[in-house]
Design a binder for this molecule. Sequence first.
Ligand code: ADP
Ligand code: MG
Length: 256
Amino acid sequence: MTRAQTSRLTQGLKTLRLATIRKSYREQSELARQETLSYEAFLLELVERECETRTHNRIERLLRESRLPLEKSLDTFDRKRLPAKVGGLVSTLLEGDFLDRSENVLAFGNPGSGKTHLLCAIGQHLIQQGRRVLFTPCNLLVQQLLLAKRELDLPRLLKRWDRCDAIILDDIGYVQHSREEMEVLFALLAYRYERGSIMITSNLPFSKWEQIFKDEMTTAAAIDRLVHHCVILELNLPSYRLEHSKTGRKPKTKAA
Ligand code: ADP
Ligand code: MG
């Protein structure tokens, strides 16, 4: 190729945003010559490399944007600890179809039973499949909603999350909400209903959710929307933290 042709090729690949092909085509052409690849096989090689890096970069970006604590993954989670029924449900959730049906996931259990870790691990796995997930402690999210409401921006904020396949609300009911806080939380649940999945961890069983939503009617309405399409994970387990501090052993992980 002449220098002018090389420059036009580079420019064209830039315009088309084919960065990986731009960086690798020389080396790949050399290889193709050595291996006497057909034109088609050479093109396939380039296109596949471009696709691979794009997928990789997209997943990296989704992981970053998810705000998930990435150390809480399936690799570091001992699934054998889960009750058999929950184990089966988790395997199904990992396939991700529940997101297409906007189903919710509710993880109940006492502190330390692994609710947060489990939902984060599921979330991270779903991102690996190209899904968009957002993790947030519930109280932070409530503050964000309140702020948006005061700035008359609540509808736009809710709409922005339409692109999330799942929102993980960690520790609903952990702090006592004021009435205004409860109202924006309810607005979120009502908005997401049949629109997108919510995954919730809670130390409080439904019977105590009036502490969160203040009055009987709102509590019933919130629970009704959440459970209409949902999977419930009951982690009636002793605290992982307590168990592993009592024995003085380091937590067992698959990675270790
Ligand atoms: P919860 O949200 O139910 O209070 P966490 O998910 O925060 O509990 O778990 C408490 C701690 O124990 C975390 O450090 C978590 O990583 C660990 N943990 C809990 N369950 C498991 C498990 N099955 N395998 C590995 N680590 C676990
Ligand atoms: Mg937790």
